[in-house]
Ligand binder design. Sequence first.
Ligand code: FNR
Length: 350
Amino acid sequence: MLPTLADHAETARAVLPPEVWDYYAAGSGEETTLQEAERSWGSYRLRPRVLRDVSVVDLTTELLGVRVASPFVVAPMAFHGLAHADAECATIQGAGDAGCLTVVSTRASRTLEDIGGASTGPWWFQAYLMRDRGLTEALTQRAAAAGARAVVLTVDTPYVGRKNKVSGVRIAVPDDQYLVNLAQHLLPGAVGRESAEQDPSMTPDVIGRLAEISGLPVVVKGVLRGDEALRCVEAGAAGVVVSNHGGRQLDRAVPAAHVLPDVLDAVGGRVPVLVDGGIRGGTDALVALALGADAVLVGRPVLWALAAGGAPSVRVALDALADDLRHVLAVAGATRPADLDATMVVPAPR
Ligand code: FNR
């Protein structure tokens, strides 16, 4: 039997140094938002269709011109080098082998060129606007040259959330990992870490600017309100990710699952809407897709798989999610994500 997502998490917990496990697992503040994320998908109930021919199910999904085998996307996460020696190169290979799209973090532990070279599938580059905006622009252009097909601009992190419940999250990421993609742009002796911190003065004009300098569509990640999503679309966003950053930014922020309908309503189909936070199985994804999301991002389960067994385990995890979604889709009376609609989901009885 192939290992499940839960098996990978158990193995990761056993093999990772405790402070690395804590850094990956942690949420900010009291971890209210973190804890609610996984439960939130279970707060919906399904109204399946019947008497449909569901003998063939097709999960193929198109996102901004990229065709992928399933709607599961690897979320951008920092420092895969803490989980596995091959770091993001292993993650992107495992995901590509599963036919999935990967979003590569600004804080990757390998260079964008190495990651692009190792990729076996499509990828997008996640940008943080850094205090030295030239660094972000240089990285974005390098990502485009290395093969990234879109930029994901994360907007929920003017300052990094305080993960104070778990003392071990104060891990010291060595400079060679923290600055791996920046070193070549920094003058010798420059204060690398400060110029690479997030710029808290970011406003919507950055969306257009990154699109212009990269020639790529810019997807905005970290929106929890319809009005803000609309603001991003009006500023040129080519997509929106409804996300509370895996409960790592503003604690007591709402679950993405609960505000997804508001965002979809405001966006009105103008651009694709993705969602993340606590997606742990096919039924979670089914709810998200039925509400109207175009795809779902998966975070921590991918890191657990990476730690447990590198690229092959990442592939196993993403294949397992797709297999589970294929099954529940059929049992709900659908043969493809596009068959689902919001009449199929209702709030759970209290
Ligand atoms: C993240 N996330 C994140 N997001 C981002 O835009 N840039 C980043 O560098 C990171 N780094 C990061 C590190 C770690 C260890 C985690 C767990 C998360 C947030 C990530 O993209 C995503 O929004 C959440 O992780 C999704 O929630 P789940 O699937 O982990 O519950």
